[in-house]
Ligand binder design. Structure first.
Ligand code: ATP
Ligand code: MG
Length: 238
């Protein structure tokens, strides 16, 4: 693709891993165990996208679909302040919606599409993409139906990323290295939902204290490197 734009993560090591940041026109999956920093990563991007281009942003707004009630306005405020943004304005530049079920989550994505058509939105977050689907379709016996619905949802997100050149970032809680136990939910066997748009997976894991390690999976472009970062009061930092 030509003219790919990127949202800086605000962390040098992570940006290097991602060749400059999170891509527009693509779906990026952030996977990892509880406390790995997936939600923090999403909060930080919702702030970073607002920065001017010469500071790694796209001078744009974000949409945040929250399925687990873990969005924290005060965390956005902290991160915005650390980047020299007006905290209240930073919050106003984030369209926020809580999703109460998988069906509701899918309706919110359609509403997000309409907002994106009208406003300068360059980031769409779904945190977590799978929680409702796992809760509503538990166990092996529901796996096929769950995957079918999830595939539709992912296809909708890929279409938005592609059609409006938006960065879509989704989170996925997994217990171990994702490809080992879960396969790749964004690359379902047989279902060619990837015709339009690319997908990337970032795997986060905990190290000592506030240190986290990121790695990229399944990318034809990114080497299998690792990057180390910290989670602090200011957000994600080198
Ligand atoms: P889950 O799968 O449970 O949703 P997650 O990957 O989304 O987990 P996060 O909520 O992003 O995990 O990360 C939580 C971690 O972020 C906490 O353990 C803490 O270390 C760190 N953290 C959160 N807020 C702050 C803060 N204000 N200052 C410093 N560190 C913080
Ligand atoms: Mg989370």
């Amino acid at each position: 693709r030509v003219n790919i734009k990127r949202i800086s993560t605000g962390v040098r090591s992570l940006d290097e891993l991602l060749n400059g940041g999170v891509e527009t026109g693509a779906v990026t999956e952030v996977a990892g165990e509880f406390g790995a920093g997936k939600t923090q990563f999403c909060h930080q991007l919702a702030v970073m996208v607002q920065l001017p281009e010469d500071r790694g942003g796209l001078n744009a707004k974000a949409i945040y679909i929250d399925t687990e009630n873990t969005f924290r306005p005060e965390r956005i405020t902290q991160m915005a302040r650390a980047r020299g943004l007006d905290p209240d304005q930073a919050l106003k530049n984030i369209y926020y919606a809580r999703a109460y079920s998988s069906d509701h989550q899918m309706i919110l994505v359609e509403q997000a599409r309409r907002i994106i058509k009208q406003d300068n939105v360059k980031l769409l977050v779904v945190d977590s993409i799978v929680a409702h689907f796992r809760a509503e379709f538990p166990g092996r016996e529901n796996l096929a139906e769950r995957q079918q619905k999830l595939n539709k949802h992912i296809a909708d997100l890929l279409k938005i990323a592609d059609a409006y050149d938006v960065a879509v970032v989704v989170t996925n809680q997994v217990m171990a290295q994702p490809d080992v136990f879960f396969g790749n939910p964004l690359r379902p066997a047989g279902g060619n939902v990837l015709a339009h748009g690319a997908t990337y997976r970032i795997w986060l894991r905990k190290s000592k204290e506030n240190i986290r390690i990121a790695k990229i999976f399944d990318s034809p472009y990114h080497p299998e490197r690792e990057a180390t970062f910290k989670i602090t009061e200011e957000g994600l930092t080198d």
